[in-house]
Design a protein around this ligand. Sequence first.
Ligand SMILES: [Zn+2]
Length: 298
Amino acid sequence: MTLEEQLFFVKAFLPEAWDYLQTKNDMRLPEFDDNDEVVSWWRTSTKIPNKTQIRRRISVMGIDIKETDLSFNSLSERSYTDMVVIHHTGCNDIDASAEEIHGWHLNNGWAGIGYHYVIRKDGTIERGRPEWAIGSHAYGENSHTIGIHLSGDFEQAEPTDEQLDRCGALVADICERYGIPIDREHIVGHGELMATSCPGVNLQALLDDGTITGKAVFYYNQNQGIEDESAVPAEQDGGNQGGRGTERFNNIDALPDWAKPTIQKMIDKGLLNGNGESLDLSLDMLRMFVVNDRAGLY
Ligand SMILES: [Zn+2]
């Protein structure tokens, strides 16, 4: 696609993103006519998924997913998603990759890897089966669920902090996109759906004590610009979540995504230093500005 076609696509399917682009002073956006016949083709063509489906497939929280470009035999589209199922590798505490698991599952005679995501021990999230496709990870429950696999055997070992952190962020992103509540009815271990020891006692315990849903709520709130101190996982307090306490943000690029539109707007209106450098803002100040912005102050 050319840049103009991509922008056209954004306008047709991602109205919030289009609105955001229009707030960027340094971008000259082409004019598109809403009554144009190509626009109406985009909107009505049966060859492309509908607007909601496309929007659901794009990470709203900027989660880093490592693409694996695996080839699958026939896949079918999942029409409904209301649950996330957590798995482990089992048997051996190995750091299985999406590609390795893909090989195992092809050997089972399946279309390819049955999980949608694989979280390695270092926290890397690898793409498994495309998220829109029906998985093969929870017998009888695949038609409405997304499967996340954490590599390791959690009957004996513990998941790494990086795995748990990325699992929380990924669950938050999925729940935001599909409108799934972040609770224990909708975020489950494989063994809660059928008789299996997956995802292992140690990982299941972290579901049962609210660790995983707590991390997901933390990331969800962070994305919404709402901080819920009680939802901050203990080991992250003062850690790499950045800015708790003393950190100052000095330029627009360093800001968390949830704060950028507000701060950019304030710069554009001359309320803050016009060149966006040496802003010297704390996280608390960012929160206050975002809340004020929502209240219509700027
Ligand atoms: Zn499982």
